[in-house]
Design a protein around this ligand. Structure first.
Ligand code: HSE
Length: 317
């Protein structure tokens, strides 16, 4: 039997639980074991409508999950970097494998959490933290075995891509942001999205893995989309271009150059073709050339897909 503890039951935690229930037969057959959701941590037990889920599964005491000896794997989908970060460290020390979608936590504590995971011989996975459904992080070690990665370009925030796409169609910024929130794309505080902190965190994780050296958040120049005007968007489009929130990192002889900023790209390019909540990552390598990964960059089910891909990678014997 394999026991899971879930931290967080918002858009992503709930979607993960639902897919797990819907596909339990296939997943159990792949894993070769019975899978049980043992406990779900939520901040406020009364806030949730549990539908048909056993209310006893829920707790607002995180230690009941991270210190439960029977829990083998923790799935973390809270976005919290306080109590939950402390809880994750306890869980690692207790020998539990960790799967997290928490970009802010992974970016902020990348080296520490990876070292702790090695020390306690557990697996720490965070595919869902970068690029939503796109299986990009799992490809990086395979690419690096046979290549030097020299450059990365991407669109890594679904909310911003959604807003910029909607503004092209004539929607006003505030309405577009509201729609992105309703679609479950935006962070609880969307400032992280539109001011590009979220993209910086994702690029920090991706570039650190891709180049094999620490790329810190403060080494990445940041500019969000809040000052992009309708006029600029329209002028771009007339010139065969689109404005995207581009994340870029490149190896230079002086170190890593990295920025996140609104950038004009050609309509017919990989990044220029992205619509709504889509993301893409282009990885430029010395041997393979350019590799492109594209998919849904945000939302409950796309992100849950990445979480459960990590789960299968850990659980399948
Ligand atoms: N708020 C994030 C986005 C969610 O819009 O991309 C996925 O990381």
């Amino acid at each position: 039997m394999l026991n899971i503890g879930i931290l967080g039951f918002g858009t992503v935690g709930k979607a993960t639980f639902e897919i797990l229930q819907e596909r339990i037969d296939v997943i159990e057959a792949s894993v070769g074991d019975e899978i049980i959701v043992k406990k779900i941590f939520v901040r406020n037990k009364n806030k949730h409508n549990y539908d048909n889920i056993d209310a006893n599964l829920f707790t607002d005491v995180i230690s009941e999950v991270v210190e439960d000896d029977s829990v083998d794997i923790i799935i973390e989908a809270t976005g919290d970097v306080g109590v939950v970060y402390e809880g994750i460290k306890v869980a690692i020390a207790n020998g539990k494998h960790i799967i997290t979608a928490n970009k802010e936590m992974v970016s902020r504590h990348f080296e520490e959490l990876n070292q702790l995971a090695n020390k306690h011989d557990i697996q720490l996975k965070y595919e869902a933290a970068v690029g939503g459904a796109i299986p990009i992080l799992c490809q990086i070690p395979k690419i690096r075995e046979l290549n030097e990665i020299v450059e990365i370009n991407g669109v890594l925030n679904g909310t911003c891509n959604f807003i910029l796409s909607a503004m092209e169609k004539g929607m006003d910024y505030n309405k577009a942001l509201l729609d992105a929130q309703q679609a479950g794309f935006a962070e609880a505080d969307p400032t992280a999205d539109v001011e590009a902190y979220d993209t910086v965190r994702k690029l920090r994780i991706l570039a650190t893995l891709a180049f094999g050296v620490k790329v810190a958040e403060d080494e990445i120049t940041r500019e969000g989309i809040i000052n992009v005007s309708k006029k600029e968007i329209d002028t771009s489009k007339k010139n065969g271009m689109r404005i995207k929130l581009v994340a870029h990192a490149k190896k230079t002889k002086d170190g890593i150059e990295a920025f996140v900023k609104p950038t004009e790209v050609e309509i017919n390019s990989v990044l220029g073709g992205l619509e709504d909540g889509e993301n893409a990552v282009s990885v430029v390598c010395d041997n393979a050339g350019e590799l492109v990964f594209k998919g849904k960059g945000a939302g409950g089910r796309p992100t849950a897909f990445s979480i459960l891909s990590d789960f299968l990678a850990i659980a399948c014997k």
